[in-house]
Design a protein. Structure first.
Length: 317
């Protein structure tokens, strides 16, 4: 019951009902692309509702506080479960193959190309997967080919260029279009210390319009089906334009049988120049053949995406 001495501030009431409305609207993400966009904001909506709950309980407005707390609970039920679906950690056997993977959306309009090249060199990665690679980017990346003697490139003058570089031999490769919209993904079989692994570098479109949302969803569905059929150790890496608490992400995990190698809660994309505002969209998904030794995000290097650098070992299955 609301305390008789409390008069609800209309601003806080609007914040409460508006935030609850946006949280509920996001539940329509499977049928409307606009709702999908709001589904990615669930952690921020949960934070606002938590603030409202503290405020109303502090004012002894228990009913409003309980409504806000209920909204927090709903948000957490949507946010938390996918965060626990991660690869096991471990060093493997002493003779198990070990390797390091660098992943980054380098941003095709990135003017600080030298910072990216320097960061890749310093990462000491064995396999490098890059998104948004253009012809101009290739000129800047060429010096790295002295280190990475094997590469597959599909440059584009838009957001969808791809490049994979490896210290290890690439024994087979191809360019796949999982979306049917001429969005390339690189597939490569790489021999790591005598063991073949499959690596897929991908970048589905951002769901910022109905057609792009449909293409993104179809891309992830087709990719998941391909991953499910793969029998070799498999890594699928890229900027997925989906967050862990979205239906697109959850469906991909379920249908592919893969898990995130690294904590999917850590933000990698910063769309706004504001502190604490970021979303995780860049992932490395793995089959059961891998163990994560260690991993980290690197500093921003001109792009609005942070690189993800992970160390793996391969186990027998």
């Amino acid at each position: 019951m609301i305390s008789p001495t409390f008069k609800a501030d209309p601003v806080f009431l609007r914040v409460l009902w508006g935030t609850l409305g946006l949280l509920g609207f996001g539940l329509l993400e499977r049928i409307w692309w606009v709702a999908d966009l709001f589904a990615h904001l669930r952690p921020f909506l949960a934070a606002v509702l938590a603030f409202c709950a503290v405020f109303f309980f502090g004012k002894k407005a228990k009913r409003l506080g309980s409504i806000a707390a209920g909204g927090v609970l709903l948000a957490l039920l949507l946010i938390l479960p996918p965060l626990f679906q991660t690869a096991p950690r471990g060093d493997g056997e002493a003779d198990s193959p070990r390797f390091r993977v660098y992943l980054q959306n380098i941003a095709f309009r990135n003017d600080n190309k030298s910072a990216v090249v320097s960061q890749i060199r310093q990462s000491n990665a064995d396999i490098v997967v890059l998104q948004e690679v253009t012809a101009g980017w290739l000129e800047q990346l060429k010096p790295l080919l002295d280190v990475y003697q094997f590469d597959v490139t599909e440059a584009r003058e838009n957001n969808f260029g791809m490049m994979l570089m490896s210290r290890f031999p690439i024994v087979d490769y191809g360019i796949s279009d999982f979306s049917g919209w001429d969005v390339p993904s690189i597939t490569a079989t790489i021999e790591v210390d005598g063991r073949n692994i499959e690596v897929i570098g991908t970048h589905p479109p951002p769901p910022v319009a109905r057609d792009l949302w449909e293409v993104r969803n179809w891309h992830l569905e087709s990719l998941a089906q391909a991953a499910r059929l793969q029998r070799k150790p498999l890594l699928v890496v890229g900027d997925f334009n989906a967050t862990p608490w979205s239906a697109a992400y959850r469906t991909f995990l379920k249908e592919s049988g893969l898990v995130s190698a690294y904590s999917p809660a850590k933000s990698t994309w910063k769309p706004l120049s504001l502190p604490l505002v970021g979303l995780p969209t860049d992932f490395q998904f793995v089959s059961e053949h891998f163990r994560l030794i260690k991993g980290r995000r690197l500093d921003f290097a001109g792009s609005d995406h942070r690189a993800v650098l992970l160390d793996y070992t391969i186990v027998e299955k």
